[in-house]
Design a protein around this ligand. Structure first.
Ligand SMILES: *[C@@H]1O[C@H](CO)[C@@H](O)[C@H](O)[C@H]1NC(C)=O
Ligand SMILES: *[C@@H]1O[C@H](CO)[C@@H](O)[C@H](O)[C@H]1NC(C)=O
Ligand SMILES: *[C@@H]1O[C@H](CO)[C@@H](O)[C@H](O)[C@H]1NC(C)=O
Ligand SMILES: *[C@@H]1O[C@H](CO)[C@@H](O)[C@H](O)[C@H]1NC(C)=O
Length: 272
C-alpha cells in the first residue's frame, strides 16, 4: 500500500485540497473614522480581517485614535473635508463597502446655547457632504454603501433640529433619501441605520431593538456606540442580509444579541 507512487499521489491530492485560496481581504472605507462611533467601527472591521481605510479631518488626531502611524494615504488614512467634492475619488478607489459615519456636530456656545462651526452645519456636512461621498462611491464602483443617520427624523423641529437651528434631522433625512434613490438607480446595495440616543457604555451587553419611523420609545431608544458599531460590522459581513434596509436601532437590558442575520431579517419584516 505504501508504495512511493501511492504516497506521491496522497501528497499531491492533499496539497491540492489544502492549498489556500488566495483572496485579498475586501476593502472598507469608514468616513468620520475618528469620531466615537467611527473609531469603534474602524477597529471592529479590522478585527474581523478587512482591509480598512479611514477618512476624517485631522490625521494627527487619527494617529492617536486609529493607530495608523502617520496616517498617510499609504497607511490607509485620508485627511479630507467631505463638504469639498474633491479629494474623495482617491480614498474610494478599490473600495468594496463605504460606511458613512460623518456628521455635523453641535458645539456649545459661551452663552450656553448651541451652534455649528461655519461650514460645519448639517446642511454642509450631512447633506452636501453626504451627497459628495455617495456620488464619489458610485463613480468608483463601490458595491455597498452604509449610512449612520439618526432616529427622530419624523418630527419637524425636534430638539435635535433646534440645536443651533441646524435642522439636523431634516438634512439627515434628505441624505438618506439621496442614498436610497441614487444607489437603487445604480443597482448598488445600501443600508441605513438610525440609532437613538448614543452612550459610551460597553457593548455586547444588551438586546438590540429594531424600529421604524420612531416607533421605539424611552428607554428602548438608547443604544451604545459599541453596539451600533457592531451592527455596522455585521452589516458589512452579511451584505445580502443587510442590503436595502433602513431601520431605527435601540436596545434594552437583557440577553446580548448574537444573531445579526435574524436582526436584519426582523428589520426587513418591519419594512414590508
Ligand atoms: C488635530 O488634532 C491634534 C491632536 O488632537 C490637535 O492638537 C490639533 O489642534 C488638531 N488640528 C485641528 C486643525 O483641529
Ligand atoms: C448665544 O450666542 C449666539 C452667538 O452669538 C447667538 O446667536 C444666540 O442668539 C445666543 N443665544 C441666547 C439664548 O442668547
Ligand atoms: C470644511 O470645508 C468648509 C467649506 O470650505 C469650511 O467652511 C470648513 O471650515 C471646513 N472644515 C474644517 C474642519 O476644516
Ligand atoms: C451588563 O448589564 C448588566 C445588567 O444590566 C450589568 O449589571 C452589567 O454591569 C453590564 N456590564 C457591562 C460591561 O456594562
Amino acid at each position: 500500500m505504501s508504495s512511493p507512487l501511492f504516497l506521491l499521489l496522497v501528497v499531491a491530492v492533499f496539497s491540492c485540497t489544502a492549498a489556500p485560496i488566495i483572496r485579498p481581504a475586501a476593502t472598507v472605507l469608514v468616513t468620520g473614522a475618528t469620531g466615537r462611533t467611527g473609531r469603534l467601527t474602524y477597529h471592529g472591521l479590522k478585527s474581523v480581517g478587512y482591509n480598512v481605510r479611514g477618512l476624517d479631518l485631522n490625521r494627527t488626531f487619527a494617529s492617536s485614535v486609529l493607530g495608523c502611524g502617520a496616517c498617510t494615504p499609504e497607511q490607509g488614512f485620508w485627511e479630507a473635508n467631505v463638504t469639498h467634492g474633491s479629494g474623495l475619488a482617491a480614498p474610494m478607489k478599490g473600495v468594496d463597502a463605504l460606511v458613512i459615519i460623518t456628521s455635523s456636530v453641535p458645539i456649545k456656545l459661551p452663552n450656553g446655547s448651541y451652534g455649528f462651526p461655519v461650514g460645519g452645519y448639517p446642511q454642509d456636512v450631512d447633506f452636501v457632504g453626504g451627497q459628495n461621498q455617495i456620488r464619489a462611491a458610485l463613480a468608483a464602483g463601490v458595491k455597498h454603501i452604509l449610512l449612520c443617520s439618526s432616529m427622530g427624523t419624523t418630527t419637524p423641529n425636534s430638539f435635535l433640529d433646534l440645536l443651533g437651528n441646524g435642522q439636523i434631522g431634516f438634512y439627515k433625512l434628505n441624505e438618506e433619501a439621496f442614498l436610497m434613490s441614487s444607489a437603487a438607480a445604480a443597482g448598488v446595495d445600501w443600508t441605513i441605520i438610525k440609532p437613538g440616543g448614543l452612550t459610551d457604555d460597553a457593548g455586547g451587553n444588551a438586546t438590540l431593538r429594531i424600529g421604524s419611523e420612531d416607533s421605539l420609545q424611552e428607554p428602548t431608544n438608547m443604544v451604545t456606540r459599541a453596539d451600533l458599531a457592531a451592527v455596522f460590522v455585521h452589516a458589512v459581513q452579511n451584505r445580502a442580509a443587510a442590503a436595502n434596509l433602513r431601520f431605527d436601532l435601540g436596545s434594552s437590558p437583557g440577553a446580548a444579541t448574537k444573531d445579526f442575520k435574524a436582526l436584519f431579517a426582523s428589520a426587513r419584516e418591519l419594512m414590508a
